[in-house]
Design a protein around this ligand. Structure first.
Ligand code: SF4
Length: 202
């Protein structure tokens, strides 16, 4: 069975049906940055840091590599002035929320992003959804979810579930690109134990 022939950064590749650009690039050893992607989870396309240029039948568009499926004769460019500019702005916006994230700082260095370009709104959550999706899709526990909307959107543990499940699991913790998750968990634990003392001693 013949595969789908496409070109990424000038290199021909035979991909299989259903592969995304990100997966094809990874097979070729071409690095595309991601923040919300996890190979065991459904593609999410939230952070857009994996934006690449996809040219098909002479038309070029910007697409999220983690979502966009390969197709015959697709020409992909993973770096260009335009792509780097987009990634730089995305990083600057995210750094306003999580200025101390090591992962963001490393990417900022690569793309020349200015950590102080936008006013700080340090919520520490960049809405990648990795913890929420991991707990729902892999652990099937739904111990953590999103609360609020828009720029106020953040993750929050559900104390009733988290107090039973998380202490023995913590599998989503290392996935967090900003380390906010540990802080949120510690906070929930503290709240749960203070509620416990209030109920039992009050
Ligand atoms: S630590 Fe808690 S929130 Fe995270 S995956 Fe495990 S059960 Fe889910």
């Amino acid at each position: 069975m013949s595969g789908i022939i496409l070109e990424i950064d000038g290199r021909k590749f035979e991909a299989s049906e259903g592969m995304t650009i990100l997966q094809a690039a990874q097979k070729l050893g071409i690095a595309i940055p991601t923040l919300c992607h996890h190979e065991k989870l459904e593609p999410y396309g939230a952070c857009r840091i994996c934006t690449v240029e996809a040219e098909i039948r002479g038309w070029t568009k910007l697409v999220a590599a983690c979502l966009y499926p390969v197709e015959p004769n697709l020409i992909v460019r993973t770096r260009s002035e335009k792509i780097d500019r987009i990634r730089k702005t995305i990083l600057e916006l995210l750094l306003a929320h999580a200025p101390d994230s090591t992962q963001l700082k490393e990417l900022a260095k690569e793309y020349g992003a200015d950590r102080d370009r936008f006013e700080k709104e340090a919520s520490f959550c960049i809405h990648c959804g990795l913890c929420v999706r991991y707990c729902a899709e892999i652990k099937k526990k739904n111990a953590v979810g999103f609360v609020d909307r828009g720029t106020r959107r953040e993750i929050s543990f559900i104390p009733e579930i988290a107090s039973k499940e998380c202490w023995n699991c913590k599998e989503c913790f290392p996935l967090c690109p900003t380390s906010a998750l540990q802080a949120a968990y510690v906070l929930t634990e503290a709240l749960a134990s203070s509620l416990h003392s209030f109920v039992h001693e009050g």
